[in-house]
Design a protein around this ligand. Structure first.
Ligand SMILES: Nc1ncnc2c1ncn2[C@@H]1O[C@H](COP(=O)(O)OP(=O)(O)OP(=O)(O)O)[C@@H](O)[C@H]1O
Ligand SMILES: [Mg+2]
Length: 323
């Protein structure tokens, strides 16, 4: 993994404005054309400080191209990227000082320890060595910090990459498929790390084609299809159902339970879906449970019958040719 290598400007922290709900990333009509291919098509996006935004989309939908434009690696065909109030085109240096990224490629010396690699980066960027201790703590590298990079697992390499991206304390962190190639333990560690980064006040934009990843770590999601944002919103809102409940009970009790509930005035409908009861009612789960218990029916699980991000995603990305 390669971390961005940026000089530090002495003025980069000056002019700080109030920290609440400040827009850290603003994208206006951002467009990238590679010859005939319209990779990113006039996307508009705004991300507030401390938010974790997921860019979700199938292969080739323009996620990496978008992130690479934010990181200054790819020049937009049209549109604008503002990072922490700095226009990437006109005020490139300040804008790039405000962003750090984890992208494909490796830029560490195998024969140096993780810590020494970071010391070198810090020296190049004119940062104090204490900044290295801070980021090592944040990414939880532990003992591995003093082992040679060459012996690192993919998960450790990835976390060192994140540490390097955080070294200059950027407002915005950009992660492209942060768990790709990681085993389940490495994946879990990375997914735990992302909220910690956000809790430190960094804003995170991550690209993923994994629904569960976005569901687990992002508050907001923008769904990309063929370079366009076809849906955007809070993950909780996208997933929320209509307030109905999904109830798991023994199969032998299903018909009886349906009859019992349908006889109650507060219950609007009861359907059987996939072996579960789906109940639409003007009362909450515990009230429904009480009705069942009175009839000697015991639920093993009662939960909101929300939609899965997968069904939302497939609905949106597979529907017709046009978004
Ligand atoms: N350097 C390039 N030159 C030409 N075409 C490119 C280039 N980079 C990306 N593309 C094209 O732009 C489109 C978007 O690609 P991009 O890599 O941004 O998608 P992605 O959403 O990141 O996909 P993946 O999930 O596979 O990583 C694709 O059609 C891709 O082939
Ligand atoms: Mg990609």
């Amino acid at each position: 993994m390669m971390a961005m290598n940026l000089p530090r400007s002495p003025g980069s922290d000056s002019g700080a404005r109030p920290a609440v709900h400040r827009t850290v990333l603003e994208i206006q009509a951002l467009t990238k054309r590679f010859g005939e291919v319209l990779a990113v098509d006039a996307i508009i996006l705004s991300v507030a400080q401390g938010e974790v935004l997921g860019l979700l989309g199938p292969n080739g939908s323009g996620k990496s191209t978008t992130l690479n434009m934010i990181l200054g690696f790819v020049r937009p065909t049209a549109g604008r990227v503002m990072i922490d109030g700095h226009d990437l085109e006109r005020d490139r240096r300040q804008a790039l000082l405000s962003v750090g990224g984890l992208v494909e490629g490796s830029a560490f010396y195998p024969y140096l320890t993780g810590r020494r690699n970071l010391w070198m980066l810090a020296r190049i960027r004119g940062l104090p060595r204490t900044s290295v201790d801070e980021v090592i703590g944040l990414v939880d590298l532990g003992q591995a910090a003093d082992r040679k990079f060459g012996g690192y697992s993919t998960g450790m390499r990835q976390r060192l990459g994140v540490a390097a991206a955080l070294l200059h304390d950027p407002k915005l962190i950009v992660l492209d498929e942060p768990t790709s190639g990681l085993d389940p333990a490495g994946t879990r560690e990375m997914r735990q790390l992302i909220p910690r980064i956000a809790a430190e006040g960094h804003t995170v934009v991550l690209a993923s084609h994994l629904l569960v990843e976005v569901e687990q770590v992002c508050q907001r999601v923008a769904i990309l299809k063929q370079g366009r944002i076809i849906a955007e919103g809070r993950v909780a809102d996208l997933l929320s159902g209509d307030g109905s409940l999904r109830i798991r009970i023994a199969e032998s009790d299903l018909a009886k339970a349906q009859g019992v509930l349908l006889s109650k005035p507060d219950v609007k409908s009861v359907t059987i879906d996939n072996g579960d009861l789906v109940v639409s009612a003007a009362i909450d789960g515990s009230a429904v449970n009480r009705m069942l218990v009175q009839e000697d029916i015991y639920a093993s699980r009662i939960e909101p019958a929300g939609r899965s991000l997968e069904s939302v995603f497939l609905e949106l990305t597979e529907a017709g040719g046009n978004p």
